[in-house]
Design a protein. Structure first.
Length: 93
């Protein structure tokens, strides 16, 4: 039987994420990829679903969302420029 996710750590993580996303465009993107893993039961041995918010702010879900969830901090988001000189002033021809 599936239930809604109860309060606790997951609710705190969701609240923190909401605060980050609502704080404005300059702080809208996370510093780390955000992941939740959903498990079939309280043994936390079989993953049955997941949710991710990427460094670009895009999200995805798969599988089943259950009450047995764990927050997993993902990779650090890189904010490097796309290539050297990308923001240099134009060169006169």
């Amino acid at each position: 039987m599936q239930r809604r996710i109860p309060g606790g750590k997951l609710a705190a993580a969701a609240l923190a994420l909401g605060a980050i996303l609502a704080s404005g465009p300059a702080a809208a993107l996370p510093n780390y990829e955000i992941n939740w893993e959903y498990y079939s039961d309280a043994t936390y041995t079989e993953i049955v679903g997941g949710r991710t918010i990427s460094c670009s702010g895009n999200g995805g879900r798969w599988g089943v969302q259950t009450e047995y969830a764990r927050f997993v901090q993902g990779e650090k988001c890189e904010r490097d420029p796309p290539f050297p000189g990308w923001n240099d002033p134009p060169v006169e021809w």
